[in-house]
Design a protein around this ligand. Structure first.
Ligand SMILES: NC(=O)c1ccc[n+]([C@@H]2O[C@H](COP(=O)([O-])OP(=O)(O)OC[C@H]3O[C@@H](n4cnc5c(N)ncnc54)[C@H](OP(=O)(O)O)[C@@H]3O)[C@@H](O)[C@H]2O)c1
Length: 303
């Protein structure tokens, strides 16, 4: 069964490929990238590495030929991805892909103010209307983003600035999201199902900051601010307000319109979603925020 992975060179995609190689021959993988040279090491193993660009629909139609299943890893232009995703879904249907799996976000509703939802909600609808079988993987906020990307900042400044006002979410390790996706791609019975891929506990950012302090030994004070205060912090970090392709800051291709509206949605309770779908899909309990901090003390609390 030939399986297409978009975003195969990214953090999520490369981990997915690594795990899929344990479950299927490299020859069954069709890996999509705008820069095939980046994936030469996988081509050398036998994978089919093909040029594909979400902004170039014709490239996708040829790139997806022969694929039966596809993992559409959402693009990085948060707030402006619907056209890109439409191109990918149309090309997959036209190329004869039978089953498409998609990385969405939890807490989807038309009322949710988060920019990510404005991308994911129409994308989910287009997938369901495409005629292909589908599986929606609604990922919670990555634990990695707050522990590994933001954590060193919080520790250095001693402050965790947030506008979430006690709103809770259930952060999930990116690797647990990937394990869930791999289980869907390699397993059976996931047709036309939606899963909430979450961590094991609901917590607010004051509790998160408390864990960071107690486990690293560096005091991090949780400080409440408003949306303007959040924009000021992200501006100071050099994060663009609107998406800029391929510009990564602290390892993330992000923009502050995304982050500020994400915090708003946490504040308003839209991301208060917890589920046992990771364990149901993978047979393993999702890992906690505490575990990620403990496993990364060398980065977070250098001697
Ligand atoms: N739930 C959360 O908290 C959370 C946090 C962060 C990200 N995410 C989601 O997870 C996704 C993957 O994240 P990541 O960390 O793996 O991102 P990443 O490391 O920045 O990788 C992005 C990938 O997207 C591909 N890409 C970007 N623009 C493209 C285009 N125009 N056409 C085709 N491919 C394109 C890149 O491929 P090439 O450069 O090789 O073409 C790359 O493989 C994100 O896009 C986002 O939707 C979720």
């Amino acid at each position: 069964m030939k399986t297409i992975i978009t975003g195969a060179s990214g953090q999520y995609g490369s981990l997915a490929v690594q795990k899929l190689l344990d479950a299927m021959p490299a020859e069954d993988l069709i890996l999509i990238t705008r820069s095939p040279a980046k994936l030469q090491h996988l081509a050398d193993l036998g994978a089919q590495v093909r040029f594909g660009d979400f902004d170039d629909p014709d490239s996708l139609l040829s790139a997806f030929q022969g694929g039966e299943k596809m993992l559409l890893i959402s693009g990085t232009r948060v707030g402006a991805r619907v056209v890109q995703h439409k191109a990918a879904i149309d090309a997959a249907a036209a190329a004869g892909v039978r089953h498409i799996s998609y990385t969405s976000v939890v807490g989807i509703s038309p009322e949710n103010p988060a920019k990510v939802v404005a991308d994911h909600l129409p994308t989910e609808q287009m997938i369901k209307a495409s005629g292909m079988e589908w599986t929606i993987l609604r990922d919670q906020h990555y634990t990695d983003a707050m522990v590994l990307n933001m954590g060193p900042n919080f520790i250095q400044s001693g402050t965790w600035l947030s506008s979430t006002a006690g709103g809770k979410e259930a952060p999930v390790w990116r690797e647990d999201c990937v394990n869930s996706a791999v289980a869907v791609l390699t397993g059976e019975g996931h047709e036309n199902k939606t899963y909430n891929i979450t961590g094991p506990e609901l917590l607010d950012f004051r509790e998160f900051a408390g864990l960071l302090s107690s486990l690293t030994g560096h005091k991090v004070d949780y400080v409440e601010t408003d949306d303007a205060g959040m924009y000021a912090m992200f501006d100071a970090m050099g994060i663009p307000r609107e998406p800029v392709d391929d510009q990564s800051v602290k390892g993330i291709t992000w923009n502050s319109d995304d982050m500020v509206t994400f915090e708003q949605a946490i504040r308003e309770g839209f991301f208060r979603v917890i589920s046992d779908d990771v364990e149901k899909l993978t047979g393993m309990k999702p890992r906690s925020v505490r575990q990620m901090i403990e496993e990364n003390l060398k980065i977070l609390a250098p001697a």
